[in-house]
Design a protein around this ligand. Sequence first.
Ligand code: C2E
Ligand code: CA
Ligand code: CA
Ligand code: CA
Length: 279
Amino acid sequence: AKELGKNRFYFFNPVLDNMAIERLKLHNDLFEALDNNEFFLLFQPKISATDNSLAGVEVLLRWRHPKRGILTPDTFIGIAEQNGLILRITHWVLEESCKALKQWQRIGWDGIFAAVNVTAVDINDTYFIRDLLDLFSEYNLNPDLLELELTERIIVESSTDNIETIKSLCDAGIKIAIDDFGTGYSTFTYLQSFQVDTIKIDKSFIDEIEFNAKTAVIVKTMTELGHALGMKVVIEGVEKEGQVQLLKRMKCDIFQGYYFDKPMTAGALVAKYFVRDQI
Ligand code: C2E
Ligand code: CA
Ligand code: CA
Ligand code: CA
């Protein structure tokens, strides 16, 4: 079947609309992407609101597609979740993140931590925790250098088994961040079940914060809730000076956004934040 090439679904399913065809092509290409080394990572700095120091980085995946150029995860993570490849992709991201952390330790850069995005499929996988802990021992890294970013949706839709998995992750010393906090679900039930380290307030709020007094109240209240529960509050998608000023007054802890930095290569990160601090 391989000789038929990557367009085989196109010929056999002429009624598919263009979007479905695109997805099928990407589905086929994804199988080769890992073997052909087409993935790479970028790192986006998280900046401390109090002193502008580097508080950590979010690891962001990119796919250098042979024909389409560089693709962001929104175009392919959903497909990878459906065809199961996400497990191998997440493993790859976690291992490359360990390599980066190890490399930074080697040059004398300690205390920098990395946050990796994981999906419901990953959390559902029986071997996820074991695999993760194996990586830490293989690379001789402390689990508290890594934070897992889980969307609020994953947690709210999770079975009790998944909540148990998340608890075990916490027990192993791995930090948990709730991504896209405040979007779509308004339940705080899960916040009672395990210790969440960080909430990341979604960019959609930040976009509005200067123009809508209600949005500002919501963000301020979410921040107070986070602090009262012992969590750090990260603001995502900060793009403007005015937002920074407003959010500082609300006592948010950490900023992540284009105002400070776009996602960058490991080399650029080291040059800007490690080398700078050495001088
Ligand atoms: P996310 O977790 O909400 O990540 C933040 C996204 O917002 C990133 O997009 C980042 O580049 C972008 N961003 C950061 N600051 C700004 C800003 O100031 N303005 C604007 N307009 N955008 C900003 P990216 O890298 O395209 O990632 C999109 C989504 O893909 C992520 O959303 C995350 O859910 C997912 N993702 C990224 N890397 C991975 C990965 O390794 N594994 C999995 N499973 N998902 C990933
Ligand atoms: Ca994230
Ligand atoms: Ca997010
Ligand atoms: Ca978001």
